[in-house]
Design a protein around this ligand. Structure first.
Ligand code: ADP
Ligand code: ZN
Length: 737
């Protein structure tokens, strides 16, 4: 695909019927026909149309399709004064919707999440304020809130909102007065400072320079392609892909760097600023409404040259996108698990293929999918084999826990304790890693054996001592720690069982009373900013022992850190998930990679009860190629991704019998699946069997790689009638199977 293909050639113009995709939460899977407005409209125009008794916003998608009398269908009310959605964006949304089987309205909402669709700036706008409820709910107020809820983050003038909801302006004013709806000036957008790709970058090593040149060349070709940039942690992948960014900026195209959400570090932004002399646009869920509006517009005008963002940055209206980098491409947080179920890595490739951009997938431990695509020659492959400078890869060893005798409620073995002490003596840092948030995973009543669970989910409540509460990691519900057992009502016998990151911090403080212990867990910091500051402090040496969860495994540079101790290397290997091995391998290599990033060599120690487990052995030996090849063979034999295709169908309802009935019925009516040679498994309780009071069952569909999975699944689930409170969600390429 050439870049030119995305430029608007001849804009399509409609003066009779027009097909409009509607941006409403109503479950409409398809676009609707409307009569073109007086004077016609162009494809991509944002319009207001009637839908039932309401007025809703939509995008003109194409020519009307129905075989009808044009005078009898309802007309478009007006064309909004907003920059139209580009052809390229519409094809992207269409194909993403077809691929993920997401109804178009939900897909469209991802692309219009920024408020203030092209309205004149500096007009007073209203929008929903979090979940704030007014003191008194009336039918009219409910209409207003429902209208706002329909549009996510879009904002409107007070009058527009009242009109849309079909109520008087005073109702909206009332809600503003009560704080449930916010009204504020939308200021003129501040432009972004120019990034200068001509500033000199770091002097690259030979390997890095070769990689950078290859990427720059790929970006200059202005055609689609994907490169898997693989390099051990600390090898300079970031330096290399920043040169690809420079190449895009030099040819006047925009670049996007996706990072796993929690890795949006101050350190990274500083590096970009050092390289290009100005700060890029930062797109993430914590950004203020004003900032998001600004970025959305500036990206659309091509003024924002570089966006650093979380996965939803893929849906910004780029004018001229030339490069997408997906850093830590294997990271599971790229898969959105609520609402629209998509994998940002796959969507990045799709988007790039539509607009002729280059994709760089960077990782020290690529996903098996990307590894297989590179092996098959679909992706180019670049490799950085050694760490930059004097830094060498950490040594990895197992601590055989069967040979250790630990007292109750202690998790740091003697062997590990001695190693930590040695680091402290040399004024180096040590990290203890456990992938469990909170104080203890289980709260047990020692009188009756009851384990405190969530009232709404099939999950145990986790004690968070720092918050002084029990928290459900599934639905977020929290409650104070009870004094008596909720089951037997005996007091004083509730006890924490097992370690979480907070409890490990306590143990470390007892074992090393003179050390400064910093526990890094997202819920211990009031804001992302506070967490970022803590991390920069630690990087500068403000702590001796760092206790952390997955949060610390990603991207941070702690130059004084020379030892990583993994408390429970076996944790991820439990369960029946076929991806467990891949995940554990990635996580362990990633965590170990934190050690020894500067001059002092690093060591990683894995506490394990099964040192001879093949995955643990592969991790210790660092035999990546052999590990991937073995994993690939197993997946191929099982016919699962990336060698076969899968889809998960999750049915949920408050009534457990109803979900199973519906699941069984669906399993019986599998004709559309059999027609493509696909198999269906289940219904079985979903990996999370109950969430927020809804029971969930899952059916898994397995098909051959070349089978038309989406079409068959759409036909198959289309057979089910959604009675009562039954809901259905389709998950193409599920994370766990
Ligand atoms: P990766 O992304 O592969 O983990 P980074 O790009 O973060 O590696 O590089 C690791 C560290 O080495 C960083 O502090 C980086 O600034 C430094 N570094 C890498 N390459 C060079 C270079 N060519 N010149 C100077 N510093 C470099
Ligand atoms: Zn819950």
């Amino acid at each position: 695909l050439k870049a030119g293909a995305c430029a608007l050639s001849e804009p399509q113009f409609f003066d009779t019927g027009a097909l409009v995709a509607v941006l409403s939460t109503q479950p409409l899977g398809r676009a609707l026909d409307y009569r073109a407005p007086e004077g016609g409209c162009f494809a991509g125009a944002f319009v207001e149309v009637p839908l039932g008794p309401r007025k809703v916003i939509g995008v003109v998608w194409g020519a009307g399709q129905g075989d009808y009398d044009i005078s009898k269908i309802r007309p478009v009310i007006r064309v909004l004064d907003a920059a139209p959605m580009r052809d390229e964006m519409r094809s992207f949304l269409q194909r993403a919707s077809d691929y993920t089987l997401t109804p178009m309205p939900a897909m469209l909402r991802l692309a219009t999440r920024a408020p203030g669709l092209g309205d004149p700036p500096s007009m007073r706008r209203v929008y929903r304020r979090g979940d704030a409820e007014p003191d008194k709910m009336t039918a009219a107020r409910r209409k207003v809130l429902a209208a706002l809820a329909d549009y996510g983050d879009l904002s409107f003038t007070l009058k527009e909102l009242a009109e849309m909801a079909g109520v008087g302006a005073s109702v909206v004013k009332g809600l503003v007065a009560h704080g449930a709806v916010l009204e504020e000036d939308s200021p003129r957008d501040q432009p972004f400072a120019r990034l200068d790709p001509a500033l000199p970058g770091k002097e690259l090593t030979e390997d890095q320079a070769t990689g950078a040149a290859a990427l720059a060349e790929a970006v200059r070709s202005e055609s689609y392609g994907t490169t898997l940039l693989r390099g051990v942690t600390g090898s300079g992948k970031t330096e290399v892909y920043l040169e690809a960014v420079a190449a895009a900026l030099r040819s006047g195209r925009q670049a996007l760097v996706l990072l796993p959400e929690i890795a949006l570090t101050a350190e990274f932004l500083t590096r970009v600023e050092e390289r290009f002399g100005a700060r890029p646009a930062e797109w993430h869920s914590g950004a203020t409404m004003t900032e998001r509006r600004r970025i959305w517009r500036m990206v659309g005008e091509g003024q924002a040259q570089l966006v650093i963002g979380a996965r939803s940055a893929l849906f910004l209206p780029y004018q001229n996108l030339g490069l997408i980098v997906v850093d830590e491409e294997h990271d599971t947080s790229y898969k959105q698990e609520e609402g629209v179920l998509y994998n940002a890595r796959d969507m990045a490739v799709l988007r790039a293929s539509i607009c002729g951009a280059h994709v760089v997938l960077a990782s020290a431990t690529p996903s098996l999918e990307s590894w297989v695509n590179a092996e098959a020659g679909k992706y180019r492959r670049l490799e950085l084999k050694s760490r930059y400078g004097p830094a060498v890869l950490p040594q990895m060893r197992a601590i055989d826990m069967r040979a250790e005798s630990l007292p109750a409620n202690r998790w740091v073995s003697d062997a590990l304790r001695r190693e930590v002490a040695a680091r402290l003596e040399r004024d180096e840092q040590a990290m203890l890693f456990i992938n469990r948030r909170g104080y203890a995973p289980v709260t047990l009543c020692r009188a009756c054996g009851h384990q405190i669970g969530c009232d709404h989910c099939d999950a145990r409540l986790v004690e968070h001592r720092f918050l002084k509460r029990l928290v459900c990691h599934q639905c977020g519900e929290t409650k104070p720690m009870p004094d008596i057992c909720p089951s037997c009502e005996v007091g004083g016998r509730l006890a924490p069982v097992g370690p979480g990151v907070e409890r490990l911090g306590e143990e470390a403080a007892e074992l090393f009373p003179d050390a400064r212990v910093a526990t890094l867990s997202s819920d211990m910091y009031g804001s992302a900013r506070a967490l970022k500051e803590e991390i920069s402090g630690i990087a500068q040496g403000a702590a001796d022992i760092i206790i952390g969860t997955q949060l610390v495994a990603k991207g941070h540079n702690f130059p004084k850190l020379t030892l990583v101790g993994v408390i429970d290397a076996d944790l991820g290997l439990q369960g029946s998930d076929l991806r467990a091995a891949e995940r554990t391998f990635q996580l362990m290599r990633q965590v170990a990679g934190r050690a020894g990033r500067a001059e002092a060599p690093g060591t990683a120690l894995l506490q394990t009860y099964q040192p001879e487990h093949p995955v643990i052995r592969a991790i210790l030996a660092g035999q990546e190629e052999a590990f991937w090849a073995a994993e690939a063979r197993e997946r191929e034999a099982a016919g699962v991704p990336p060698y076969g295709r899968m889809a998960g169908i999750i049915l949920s309802a408050p009534d457990v019998a109803q979900v199973f009935d519906a699941g069984n019925q669906l399993a019986r009516e599998d004709q559309p699946l059999r027609a493509i040679g696909a198999q269906v498994f289940g219904p079985a309780p979903a990996p999370i069997a109950r969430v927020r009071g809804r029971h969930r069952v899952r059916l898994l569909v397995k098909a051959e790689k070349s089978a038309p999975l989406q079409a068959a699944v759409a036909k198959w689930v289309g057979q089910i009638r959604l009675k009562g409170d039954l809901r259905i969600a389709v998950d193409i390429d599920p994370q766990s199977f």
